[in-house]
Structures are given as structure tokens and as C-alpha cells.
Design a binder for this molecule. Sequence first.
Ligand code: APR
Length: 232
Amino acid sequence: MRIVVLTGAGISAESGVPTFRDADGLWEGHRIEDVATPEAFERDPATVQAFYDARRRAVASVAPHVAHRALARLEGALGDELLVVTQNVDDLHERAGSRNLVHMHGELRRALCTACGARPRWDADLAPRPPCPVCGERMLRPDVVWFGEMPYELDRIEQAVVACDVFVSIGTSGAVYPAAGYVALAAAFGARTVELNLVPSDPMIPFDDARAGRAGELVPVWVDEVIAARSS
Ligand code: APR
């Protein structure tokens, strides 16, 4: 049984990583367009670098929780039949043990060199403008996909979505495309669709099974159901 799991900020909320679309519409006190666009970086690189340096440090101080671990457990049972596609730039899925994983919006723990295109692992601050370890230019930015930029590995994701038997959306508001369109694509190709989210989202087509609640409660239960169904 081939399963694609799409995750968003909601799966990391219980680890202490804030979601994007909070009640005040701000992300850690900033308007998204002031920190998450190429234009913002061009206008005020120091503010953008400091913002992502703070996010990188914050993520280093939190840990994966039962929902991340349950998805790693599912990969243990399904192997390559499970692909986790995350919109999150934190590394909580891999720290929980997921390996078959796509970071479609990039990773906080990588830098992107705008001079040579290298994407080195990165745990330090970028605000001091360190040199690229590959080309030496001081042109590193966070390797996160900003609004108006192309997400990573879209071909691989779309191939998995059209081929899957079950598509599961966890902790995402469905506000940002192309990720928000995957449920419709999966359904069009015959997959069963499941949503595990704090509040039901409003997709173009309804999920076959929409469960409302915290990821920490819903994900382990759903994973147990899948593993039990496979072994029965
Ligand atoms: N358990 C499950 N779902 C939760 C929880 C929780 N504990 N807490 C919040 N949620 C849900 C919210 O109800 C909301 O539907 O998670 C969703 C988070 O939505 P967003 O904040 O919009 O995050 P996301 O969907 O990941 O955003 C997509 O937008 O800003 C860009 O690039 C950024 O990857 C991000 C993209």
C-alpha cells in the first residue's frame, strides 16, 4: 500500500514550533512578506538573516514528539511505500527517524549559496555573512523556499501523489500551493484521502476521512490502524 503523507506546521506545534497563520496573522511578530520573500531579502538582508538565525536556534532547542515518531514507525513498517512530504523547514521528522522524506520548502539546517548554488548543511548563524565552504563567496542565505520561489522536488512529489493508494494531510491549513492542491490530485487518481488537523481545512474537494484534533493524539492512532490493517 503506497502512502503519501503531507505535513505542515501543525505537526510541529506540539514540539513548540509556532505555526504560521496564528490569530494575529503574524509569524513570530513579523508579517510573512517582510521575512519570507526574495524582495524582503533584497531590501533588508540583515533582518531576514537574523530572523532565520533565530528560527534555526529555536528549532535546535525543541524535540520531535509522538506524531513525528509515529510516522517514523510507519516507515519502519512500510519502507519505501511511505513518502513523507513536509512543508516544514524544521528537522523534527528526521530527528524522529524518518528517512524517506522530502523538504519541499527547504531546510533551516542548510544554507544556499547564491553565488555557486551549493546547499551545505548549516547550523551556525548566517547574519555574520560567513563564506561559502564550496566557493568562498559571502553569499549564503537560508535554504528555505520563499513566496514566489519554486519548491523542491516537485516532480518526485507529484509522481508519488498520483501513484499513492492513500494520501494523508497532517497539520496544514492548505493555504499554500502547490502543496494545497495535492489532495485533489491524489483523489483524481483514485487515492483515499485523510486529514488529521486541529480544525478541518477547506480543500477544493472534501477528504474521505477528516479527523479533528491534535496531531499528537490523531497520528499515532491512525498509524496503528494502518499497521494493523496491513498485518490482518
Ligand atoms: N495538531 C494538528 N494540527 C494543528 C495543530 C496540532 N497540534 N496546531 C495547529 N494545527 C493546524 C492548524 O489548524 C492549521 O490548519 O495546523 C495548520 C497550520 O497551518 P499553517 O500555519 O498555515 O501552516 P502550513 O500549512 O504548514 O503553512 C504552509 O506556508 O508560510 C508558508 O512556507 C510556509 O510551509 C509553510 C506554508
